[in-house]
Design a protein around this ligand. Structure first.
Ligand SMILES: CC(C)(COP(=O)(O)OP(=O)(O)OC[C@H]1O[C@@H](n2cnc3c(N)ncnc32)[C@H](O)[C@@H]1OP(=O)(O)O)[C@@H](O)C(=O)NCCC(=O)NCCS
Length: 324
């Protein structure tokens, strides 16, 4: 006689669409809360993501937004695979805790990796938490190798003394198209094959943020641009930070100019009542992710010469050079 075992199978992938957002959010919050608990962070309850942020992720990913379901057609696992030109990126991804440990995680990573490779990406990465040794082992067994440590920097802003940033949203139709093309030419000149056009357009269409433009010193071309979002990442939270998603700058002078203009944009995009009147931790902040090798914190404002492990930040994993 066989003992009764709960159903462990999941079926998919199907393309995840907007009606799935609630189910995706539930699996996201449950899987990451469980992950934190197993990492010893027992009191952490991971909130649902803002549905607008999911909408952006699903539209950006297109066919790469993949969902697996259980026998009742509830979301059991998902992986959102994005492509920015020749760069492929996975995440968020998760398996519902009651379906973990039965091969679903391996399937969702491999299926999305195969799809991205079929789309012609030449690099493929994902980001995981450096403290989560299980995940590092899990990805390593699937052929990923550790890449960079991503340090997320935040800075409180003062509400005064900012200039007027040049924003893509203030450009009229034809000038806007020309700025978008100039942004892509800048990216091409710096990192051939990358393309952030879709992310920039989708951000504008959904009203999640904007793109700061730094005009070229010679006139015609752009020296830098910064794509940012100001909608809260977590559902039901107030708008109190600006997140930089993509930044391209011709040189270090352009990089500084881009950050100054982004701070000015943050001062405008975030509500007055959150500026200067609340305790410092509630001030508007600029978050930025800076990719460096794991032991290189040099030159980052306020960073130690070498960064020790733990704390915030993520470890980037790459599937190696796919063109080799
Ligand atoms: C990471 C995650 C997706 C893995 O999903 P999963 O369904 O448990 O993974 P699988 O069952 O496919 O495991 C694949 C392999 O990893 C191994 N593995 C999985 N979890 C493991 C663990 N905790 N310790 C050791 N090995 C583990 C399995 O034994 C299996 O090895 P095998 O192929 O030799 O049999 C899942 O744990 C999860 O959703 N975690 C919370 C959210 C999260 O961390 N997402 C990723 C953020 S980057």
């Amino acid at each position: 006689m066989r003992a009764w075992l709960p159903e462990r199978e999941v079926h998919g992938p199907e393309r995840a669409t907007e009606p799935d957002i609630e189910g995706l959010n539930r699996v996201f919050a449950d899987a990451f809360t469980d992950r934190y608990r197993r990492d010893g962070l027992v009191g952490v309850r991971v909130p649902h993501l803002n549905p607008l942020v999911w909408r952006y992720a699903l539209l950006d990913a297109g066919e790469g937004a993949m969902v697996w379901r259980d026998e009742s057609d509830h979301v059991a696992a998902f992986n959102i695979a994005h492509r920015s030109g020749t760069e492929g990126w996975m995440g968020p991804l998760a398996v519902r805790p009651d379906r973990q440990g039965a091969g679903a995680g391996k399937t969702v990573v491999q299926t999305a990796a195969d799809w991205l490779i079929a789309q012609g990406v030449t690099t493929l990465g994902l980001e995981t938490m450096p403290r989560t040794v299980d995940n590092i082992g899990f990805y390593s067994r699937l052929g990923f190798v550790p890449g960079y440590l991503t340090v997320t920097m935040t800075r409180d802003l003062s509400g005064r003394g900012h200039g007027s940033p040049t924003l893509l949203s203030t450009r009229r139709a034809a000038a806007g198209d020309e700025s978008l093309a100039a942004a892509q030419r800048l990216v091409d000149s710096l990192a051939s094959g990358y393309d952030f056009t879709r992310e920039i357009q989708l951000t504008a269409e959904l009203g999640l943020g904007d793109t700061v433009l730094v005009e070229g010193r010679e006139g015609a071309e752009l020296d830098a641009f910064v794509l940012w979002h100001a909608v809260p990442l977590a559902e039901g939270r107030p708008r109190d930070e600006l997140r930089v998603l993509k930044l391209a700058a011709r040189d270090s002078g352009a990089f500084e100019a881009a950050l100054t203009a982004t701070e000015a944009a943050a001062a405008r995009a975030l509500p007055d009542r959150l500026r200067g009147r609340l305790p410092p931790t509630h001030h508007p902040r600029v978050s930025r992710a800076v990719d460096r090798s794991a032991d290189d914190g040099r030159g980052l404002p306020g960073a130690p010469a070498r960064r020790s492990g733990g704390g915030c930040g993520g470890a980037v994993f790459e599937l190696g050079n796919l063109t080799a």
